[in-house]
Design a protein around this ligand. Structure first.
Ligand code: NAP
Ligand code: LUD
Length: 280
C-alpha cells in the first residue's frame, strides 16, 4: 500500500483563493489588510520565505510593506521600527522574520510587537492565550499542520498524536492545538528514551526536529497520518525530517517536502493577517 500524498501546496492555494475573495470585499469597504514584514540581515533562506510572503500578499490583495534592514542594525533601531508599525493604522499584522542575526535580542523584539498585530503568535500574551484556549493569534506553522490533518477528513478527537520536537514555534504550539482538538498528545525531544517506540503508537505523527530523514519506516504504525514539518537542505536539495521514500509505503497519508507544510505556513499567515484586520 502506498500513502495518500497530502497536497499542501494545492490546499494552500485553495485557502489563498478564499482569502482573495474576502480581501476584495474588505478593500471595497475601505479595510484593506496590511502586513509589515521585517527582514534583518541576509540569511538566504529568510530572504526566500519573505519573498514568498510578499508574493502571497500581492496575489491575495493584502498590502505588504517589507522592511529590509542591515545585520548590524542596533536593537534600539529595530525596536523603534516595530513601534512605528504598532502605531500605523494601515498595518494590521507585523512579522519579524526569525532567526535574527547574532547580537539582537529576539525575545525583546517579539515582546515589542503589539499582541493584536502579532500574526506569528509568538508574543507571550498570545502564547498564554493559546495555552488557556482563549483565542489570540496561533503560530502559522502549527496552524497549518492541524489544517492539513483536518483536510484528510480523519477526525482528530480521541486520536493519539505524537509530536517530535518541542520548540516554541512548532512543537509546543502544535501539541497544544492537537490537545484542544481532543487528541491524546505525546511530545518527544532529544532526551526522550525511545523516540521510535513513541512514534509507533501515533495515529498522527508530526515531525519537527530539523534532522534530515530521521523518521524511518519502522517508526510508523501502518495507516498513520505523517506530517513532516522539517526543512533541511542536503546536497542542495530540500528534504524533510521523515524518510519520505520508505515511510510512504507504510503511512496512510503523508506530506511531501517541499510542497507540504511550508506553503501552509504562508497561507495561515495570510489568514492571520486578514483576521487581524477584521478585528481592528
Ligand atoms: P528547533 O528549535 O531546532 O527544535 C528542534 C526540536 O527537536 C527540539 O525540541 C529538540 O529537542 C528536538 N530534537 C532534536 N534532535 C532530536 C532527536 N534526535 N530526537 C528527538 N527530538 C530531537 O527546530 P524548529 O524551529 O522547531 O524546526 C524544526 C524543523 O522544522 C526544522 O527543520 C525547521 O527548518 C522546520 N520548520 C519548518 C517550517 C515550515 O513552515 N515548514 C516552519 C518552522 C520550522 P530539545 O528540545 O531537547 O533540544
Ligand atoms: N520567522 C517563520 N522563520 C522561519 N517552503 C517561516 C517557512 C515557508 N517570524 C517568523 O515562514 O513563520 C515564520 N515566522 N518561518 N518558515 C520557516 C520559519 C520564521 C518555511 C518554509 C516555507 C515558510 C515554504 O514555503 C517551501 C515548501 O516547503 O514547499 C519550500 C520553499 C523553498 O525553500 O524553496
Amino acid at each position: 500500500m502506498s500513502a495518500r500524498i497530502i497536497d499542501g501546496k494545492g490546499i494552500a492555494q485553495e485557502i489563498r483563493a478564499e482569502l482573495a475573495k474576502k480581501v476584495a470585499e474588505m478593500t471595497t469597504q475601505g479595510n484593506q489588510p496590511g502586513l509589515a514584514v521585517v527582514l534583518v540581515g541576509d540569511d538566504p533562506a529568510s530572504a526566500v520565505y519573505v519573498r514568498q510572503k510578499r508574493r502571497a500578499c500581492e496575489e491575495i490583495g493584502i498590502r505588504s510593506v517589507i522592511h529590509r534592514l542591515p545585520a548590524d542594525i542596533s536593537q534600539q533601531e529595530l525596536l523603534s521600527l516595530v513601534e512605528e508599525c504598532n502605531q500605523d493604522k494601515s498595518i494590521h499584522g507585523i512579522l519579524v522574520q526569525l532567526p535574527l542575526p547574532d547580537g539582537l535580542n529576539e525575545e525583546e523584539v517579539i515582546e515589542a510587537i503589539s499582541p493584536a498585530k502579532d500574526v506569528d503568535g509568538f508574543h507571550p500574551i498570545n502564547v498564554g492565550r493559546l495555552q488557556i484556549g482563549k483565542g489570540g493569534s496561533i503560530p502559522c506553522t502549527p496552524a497549518g499542520v492541524v489544517e492539513l490533518v483536518r483536510r484528510t477528513g480523519t477526525p482528530i478527537e480521541g486520536k493519539h498524536v505524537v509530536v517530535v520536537g518541542r520548540s516554541n514555534i512548532v512543537g509546543k504550539p502544535a501539541a497544544t492545538l492537537f490537545l484542544q482538538e481532543n487528541a491524546t498528545v505525546t511530545i518527544c525531544h532529544s532526551r526522550t528514551k525511545d523516540v521510535a517506540a513513541e512514534c509507533r503508537r501515533a495515529d498522527i505523527l508530526v515531525a519537527a526536529v530539523g534532522r534530515p530523514r530521521l523518521v524511518k519506516k519502522d517508526w510508523i504504525k501502518p495507516g498513520a497520518i505523517v506530517i513532516d514539518v522539517g526543512i533541511n537542505r542536503v546536497d542542495g536539495k530540500l528534504v524533510g525530517d521523515v524518510d519520505f521514500d520508505e515511510v510512504k509505503d507504510v503511512a496512510g497519508a503523508i506530506t511531501p517536502v517541499p510542497g507540504g507544510v511550508g506553503p501552509m505556513t504562508i497561507a495561515m499567515l495570510m489568514k492571520a493577517t486578514v483576521e487581524a484586520a477584521l478585528r481592528a
